[in-house]
Design a protein around this ligand. Structure first.
Ligand code: AMP
Ligand code: GLY
Length: 424
């Protein structure tokens, strides 16, 4: 069997590592991939948005299964292009990936189907948005660019002045491009944020073990929002009672709502429930694995990735018993100093060999490249160091020990990934 993975981050490396465990898989390609994924998969120099070239490659190489890791190609309709060519592909079609691609769509869906979420209004006109802020808003308030903005299109505004400035930034200055054509103004909520990823086959949903991300760049949740600086799994705050509530009121209802709208969802739904005082409410949906959530969830998954993906495509997920190890994992992202703003790259990375043959320790490559036979830094988030342990505390200790095995100039990480577990 030949498998193609679309994407280039630590998430795709974790997917490739897992796919490689299947004895039927003889070859894995990753487009475009990165320096380190090259050890597990053959990198193909085709961009994730070059749909026709990707489909032509899949046809020519007789790829049996393509797994789309990234959000942009999903929202852009790569799955539709592959299906039209008769290729087997795992991920939602364009009309379903809109669940992540448009926050205005997802908010309207939740309202229509009574799925708990923060109160909101959508706006196409900046003047209407400002009038609403002046007349009705309570502060702090949250402004969200409708479309994909690399996780950066969310502004939390403490005053009317800040919010007016925010409307200008998103809708007039178009800081996030066309993602800001529509604006969502949303009630500010407080609570812990959990990441719950799930496999969906259009009708059936099977959720994976929970995780928590750390989005801010600096210790103590200071600094700018990033793609994620580290994760742990499971979340001790995501209790059985909360899970039962979410299964009944959020997860299955979302899948059913998409089907009822004629937007059958097949692939991964990543729910971002906030554990608010009055119960869980959906902060956001994504249509793919989280990054770096995948780096803690996938190593704990007992099932075969290829089998589960195929069950989603074939609509037979009800026959799969999804199972996770009864342990814990922590991932600490090693980044380039200065991320997410500006940073130098091209520094050689040393110590990667320390992970070889070490059961329960993983180094997933995100921003790395192969240069003159050496792995060098090539992005803001460089590596995800994951370790497992019997408990979260042990996993955390192991992960931080493993971060010391790696050396590169400009190495930066948070030192408090998983610290919240001390409060659990
Ligand atoms: P999103 O892209 O929707 O996940 O938002 C990015 C981050 O902004 C979230 O992870 C939250 O930390 C924060 N956020 C989003 N919506 C809200 C809200 N309604 N209340 C408070 N914080 C929010
Ligand atoms: N780590 C958050 C995300 O993948 O969106």
């Amino acid at each position: 069997m030949k498998v193609l993975i679309i994407g280039s981050g630590g998430r795709e490396h974790a997917i490739a590592w897992k796919v490689a465990q299947n004895p039927k898989v003889e070859k894995i390609y990753c487009a475009p991939g990165n320096g380190g994924i090259g050890q597990t998969a053959e990198c193909v120099p085709i961009g994730a948005m070059e749909f026709d070239k990707l489909a032509a490659f899949a046809k020519a190489e007789k790829i049996d299964l393509t797994i789309v890791g990234m959000d942009d190609p999903l929202v852009g309709g790569v799955v539709d292009v592959f299906e039209k060519e008769g290729l087997r592909v795992f991920g939602p079609r364009k009309n379903a990936a809109i669940l992540e691609g448009s926050k205005a769509f997802s908010k309207d869906l939740m309202k229509k189907y009574n799925i708990p979420t923060a109160a909101y209004e959508n706006f196409d006109d900046p003047e209407d948005a400002i009038a609403y802020l002046k007349e009705k808003a309570e502060f702090p308030i949250v402004l969200k660019a409708d479309g994909l903005a690399l996780g950066k299109g969310v502004l939390i505004c403490n005053t009317l002045e800040e919010a007016e400035e925010g409307v200008k930034t998103i809708m007039l200055d178009k800081k996030f491009g066309s993602a800001g054509n529509t604006l969502v103004i949303e009630e500010f909520m407080t609570g812990r944020e959990v990441s719950v990823l799930s496999f969906v086959d259009g009708k059936t949903i099977k959720t994976m073990t929970s995780a928590q991300d750390h989005k801010r760049a600096k210790d103590g949740d200071q600094g700018l929002n990033t793609g994620g600086m580290g994760t742990f799994s499971p979340s001790p705050f995501y209790t059985k009672e909360i899970d039962e509530f979410c299964q009944k009121n959020i997860y299955q209802p979302t899948v059913d709502a998409m089907a009822a709208e004629g937007r059958e969802f097949k692939g991964i739904i990543f729910f971002g429930p906030m554990l608010a005082e009055k119960g869980p409410k959906v902060l956001e949906y994504n249509a793919r694995f989280g990054d770096p959530e995948a780096q803690v969830v996938i190593p704990r998954m007992k099932n075969d990735m290829v089998e589960v993906c195929e069950a989603c495509i074939d609509g037979t997920l009800d026959q799969i018993q999804l199972e996770f190890e009864d342990n814990a994992a922590v991932c600490v992202v090693l980044a380039s100093e200065g991320y997410p703003v500006s940073y130098e790259k091209g520094f050689p990375i040393e110590g990667l060999e320390n992970f070889e043959g070490k059961e329960g320790y993983y180094v997933f490559h995100a921003g790395t490249a192969l240069k003159d036979g050496r792995i060098v830094t090539n992005g803001g988030r460089v590596l995800g160091v994951t370790a497992k342990g019997a408990t979260l505390k042990e996993a955390r200790k192991n992960a931080y020990a493993a971060t010391e095995w790696i050396r590169f100039e400009n190495k930066y990480m948070r030192h408090d990934i998983g610290k919240a577990i001390d409060e659990a």
